[in-house]
Design a protein around this ligand. Structure first.
Ligand code: IMP
Ligand code: MG
Length: 191
């Protein structure tokens, strides 16, 4: 695994994002909607730097990647979406890759008639976009590599890394070896 963004760089990038968002909304009330599960780390850090009256909601979006790195059909669950009609809404996701997730979300949110609908992502991957939409706020541009950490997963692992790292090709199939199976502990959970 090769580190792409350190904890320090992430802190500075999230600060920049927050400054942009604060400047844009000028303390007007905002509903920020995080996309589960990848955005949770960003969401937790970002909202503490925002200075407007803020509501937080969540939605779930899944492109059935599983352990694969190419997206499948998109499924969206809006059960946890708060009332957004007539509101300023900012959708927050971990990464803008092909753009299908954000574009699908924005399309579905628009049906709920928000006053203004914008988006922010931590990362934007170079050379992958397949839609006309672009996020309004971007923390970092990254090369076309599969990245994990700071909320981003591979096969649901690595979200807890405090930095962002690119997986090497060999690491994309070896995830089942990622847990310390050999390490037996009387007190630890089963591995
Ligand atoms: P998109 O729909 O292709 O833009 O992909 C967006 C979603 O795919 C993100 O919300 C992530 O969950 C996931 N994704 C895309 N690229 C990566 C990556 O490099 N690492 C981890 N997840 C990714
Ligand atoms: Mg995601």
């Amino acid at each position: 695994m090769k580190q792409l963004l350190s904890e320090q760089q992430l802190r500075e990038g999230v600060r920049r994002l927050a400054d942009e968002i604060n400047t844009y909304y000028q303390r007007r009330p905002l509903v920020i909607v995080g996309v589960l599960t990848g955005s949770v780390v960003l969401l937790a850090d970002l909202i503490r730097l925002l200075d407007m009256p803020l509501e937080v909601g969540l939605v779930q979006a899944n492109s059935y990647r599983g352990a694969a790195t190419t997206p499948g059909p998109l499924s969206i669950n809006l059960n946890l979406l708060p009332q957004i009609e007539g509101r300023n809404v900012l959708v927050v996701d971990d990464i803008f890759d092909t753009g299908h997730t954000l574009s699908g979300l924005i399309e579905q949110f628009a049906a709920h008639r928000p006053e203004l609908l914008r988006s922010a992502v931590l990362l934007r991957k170079a050379g992958r976009v397949q839609v006309s939409l672009q996020p309004d706020h971007v923390g970092f541009e990254i090369p076309n590599e599969f990245v994990v950490g700071y909320g981003l997963d591979y096969a649901n692992l690595y979200r807890n890394l405090p930095y962002v790292a690119a997986l090497e090709p060999g690491e994309m199939t070896a995830v089942t070896d990622a847990s310390p199976r050999g390490a037996s502990s009387a007190e630890g959970p089963p591995s």
